[in-house]
Design a protein around this ligand. Sequence first.
Ligand code: NDP
Ligand code: 2IT
Length: 450
Amino acid sequence: MSDNILKLILAKDPDEKEYHQAVKEFLETVKPVLERNPEYRQLGVLERVTEPERTITFRVPWMDDERQVRVNRGFRIEMNSAIGPFKGGLRFHPSVNNSILKFLAFEQVFKNALTTLPMGGAQGGSDFEPKGKSEDEVMRFCQSFMTELSRHIGQDTDIPDGGLGVGAREIGYLFGMYKKQRNEFTGVLTGKGLQWGGSYIRPQATGYGVGYFAAEMMAARNDSLAGKTCLISGSGNVAQHAAEKIIELGGNVLTFSDSSGYIYDPEGIDKAKLAFVKRLKNIKRGRIQEYIDKYSDTTYTESDSSLDYNPLWTHRADCAFPCAMENEIRENDAYNLINNGIKMVCEGADMPSSPEAIKIFMDKPILFAPGKAANAGGVAVSGLEMAQNRMLLNWSAEEVDQRLRTIMKSIHRTCLDVAEEYGEPGNYLAGANIAGFVRVVNAMLDQGLV
Ligand code: NDP
Ligand code: 2IT
């Protein structure tokens, strides 16, 4: 049943390679569910979950600082609303296209189901490059983007948040435009500022959740993050807050990267150094290379796209936290990590390990956590932000953090229990995919053919 569906998807949209990758990985792991439920074939379950409920593509015209008109493409992929209104991030990056957003939206459906909160799955964004743009240009772009997106979203319909290239600044501009157009102040977006409907801990939630999930995996092996050396890629929202939690839990973070290169600090990145990175990336919007000017005895290595491996993953360490981009860990990186004694790979980004890399990890007795489980803390706190907006109140930071920790522990437990139940003990990838799939499919079937 799953081979046929893959052929169908390939025939329909032959160029969507990221989407094919996400669906293929998923189908390989949910086979036991399909075998237990042969009626799924007649019910078209796979055909339905792999076809977005709605796909929106639109023109985003805006004017740059030289008064030159520019045109980008905007998207919203509303994948599945079986268990709640569409929910998921926005990404602004030049690589954004239908394939990338479909893969993100597909993963989001099952990620959101794992949180057990009532959220369907969606993702959207634009091929707009925020890097190098002035504040005014970013604002004008966000306003134009929302002028069209506002027709399709709403607090009961579809609730976007940020993601790669979309942070607190962009959410502010987007929210302002939505409010102006619709004359309503509602929880239509999450990731809002604290003074205007945001939740404590939402900025930290994805990274903290990654840290909590990693700690749970370690605990399941009677171990902990204390004293563990950790490689982190990226230096954005997820990387910074994963580092913050790992440091708090006693781990020793050695690296950060951006698209230009990576820094290696053999002494470890402590709280003060992390504060420097946060200022550098979030306020100054600088490059990670500047870290070595501030801290000597550290090295910077420039990205080299001609290499078939990333030197960041060649350092000896106990744990790897890819927190930047899809397919950032390729086959050679996986071998390098294994040969250097890696004990755990915990995905902070969405689909950062290539299929070849995953195969290598799964063949070894290491801990491997897929992004849709390990990074679900971000959208989980978005769900909590929605709940607070509905009640017109704000929980304290401690309360939100406690709820986040409980949700991450429960996702971890679910992955292990479901993996065991379906004959794949210790396989977090299978556990996450099956648990998410079963929840979504049961909800879809309850609601009839819609
Ligand atoms: P940010 O935009 O805050 O940070 C992204 C980071 O990745 C930046 O440091 C960026 O560097 C770096 N990067 C981008 N491309 C490359 C590359 N080719 N090689 C190395 N580094 C690169 O995004 P987030 O931290 O929010 O997102 C990171 C990942 O986490 C994405 O996969 C996203 O989908 C996922 N995610 C995010 C969630 C959230 O709540 N924000 C929730 C769940 C998942 P540069 O500045 O040079 O571009
Ligand atoms: O990939 C993700 O989970 C996100 N970008 C966060 C989505 C959300 O709605 O909080």
